[in-house]
Design a protein around this ligand. Structure first.
Ligand SMILES: Nc1ncnc2c1ncn2[C@@H]1O[C@H](COP(=O)(O)OP(=O)(O)OP(=O)(O)O)[C@@H](O)[C@H]1O
Length: 317
């Protein structure tokens, strides 16, 4: 478990992480989302004791990282896949890590096999592709068999097989009861991998909820209902309006309603004796829900206009 309490980090006049309080629970994959510059890496660095908070605390299983005697056995992390010295071999790199954390050297061969690098274990890491570097970083994270794992953009540079491999690895690590905290900009991938989402913008918490709730909260998640009887449909519309739901009529035979479920609308239609020709749910994608949530907290925006002013800074709503 990771516990953040009023965590704050400033760089000069920039508040990178702003009073962040949340718990990242064990036994599930928590996706960590936010626009560029939102403060994700800084948060992860503070959890790992690499950046010192200006206020608040970041605890791993109730303890600050710096007080862990064998940190790699408590928390494994992939932050920067290029962090390995180019002249070193994967085996030498992992052996050095193992030695400094009291981890038996046979564990090195185990993790090399897990990430599929056994055959290149004696080659210099400098010649590795980005995907191989990611795999080596993941091997380092797994080395101490830790209960908490953090990955910053782990699928970066991986081919489709590698992407699927990391997805299955994260799912299985969470199924073993570990805490898996992973940042990503790939919404389709997060939708397939994560159970819980933490969304931040400009260092502040925007959402901390199960993925289904985040999608259900989107204005693009809606129920569509069609009836061949306009008068009956109007009765249904009035009753839905009584419940303060947002209703968009389409012609006189269709309604699109947000903030409800097919169960609620179906039950109401039945109660009012409204004959239906369609009752369907339209679910927003995670990407649509995410863009709505973070729309006001973008730090850097580009444009597709003819005369781009890319990277203009915009103010928060
Ligand atoms: N060492 C540093 N010195 C100065 N400013 C920094 C430093 N590290 C981060 N920042 C600033 O803090 C803010 C948060 O950066 P951070 O890298 O944590 O965001 P992020 O969410 O990980 O972004 P990305 O998705 O682009 O990786 C940004 O405004 C960034 O410029």
């Amino acid at each position: 478990m990771i516990t953040l309490t009023e965590l704050t980090k400033r760089f000069g006049t920039t508040t990178a992480v702003d009073n962040l309080s949340l718990t990242i629970a064990a036994g599930r994959v928590t996706g960590f989302l936010g626009p560029n510059g939102a403060g994700k890496s800084t948060t992860m660095r503070m959890i790992l004791g690499l950046d010192r908070p200006d206020a608040g605390t970041a605890l791993v299983d109730g303890r600050p990282y710096a007080t862990l005697r064998h940190p790699l056995r408590a928390v494994g992390a992939l932050l920067d896949a290029r962090a390995v010295h180019p002249g070193r071999t994967p085996r030498a790199h992992l052996l050095a890590m193992a030695r400094s954390n009291g981890i038996p050297s046979r564990r090195v061969d185990e993790v090399l096999a897990t990430v599929g690098l056994t055959e290149v274990a004696g080659k210099r890491a400098g010649a590795f592709s980005l995907g191989m570097g990611q795999r080596l970083g993941i091997a380092g994270a797994l080395l101490g068999d830790p209960g908490v794992l953090m990955f910053d953009e782990p699928v970066n540079g991986l081919d489709p097989d590698g992407v699927r491999w990391i997805r299955e690895l994260m799912r299985s690590l969470a199924a073993e009861g570990r805490t898996v905290f992973v940042s990503s900009h790939l919404m389709s991938e997060v939708q397939l991998t994560a159970d819980q989402l933490v969304v931040i913008g400009r260092g502040r918490l925007i959402a901390d909820a199960p993925i289904g709730e985040v999608i259900a909260g989107s204005s693009l998640t809606a129920v569509r209902v069609r009836s061949p009887e306009p008068a009956a449909l109007l009765r249904l519309r009035n009753r839905l309006a009584d419940r303060q739901l947002a209703i968009e009529p389409v012609g006189d035979d269709e309604l699109v309603i947000t903030g409800t479920t097919v169960v609620e609308v179906g039950d109401l239609a039945h109660e009012l004796g409204v004959r239906l020709h369609e009752l369907s749910a339209r679910e927003a994608s995670l990407e649509q829900a995410y863009l709505e949530l973070t729309g006001g907290s973008l730090e850097f925006v580009g444009t597709t206009a003819a005369h781009p002013t890319a990277h203009a800074r915009i103010e928060a709503r």
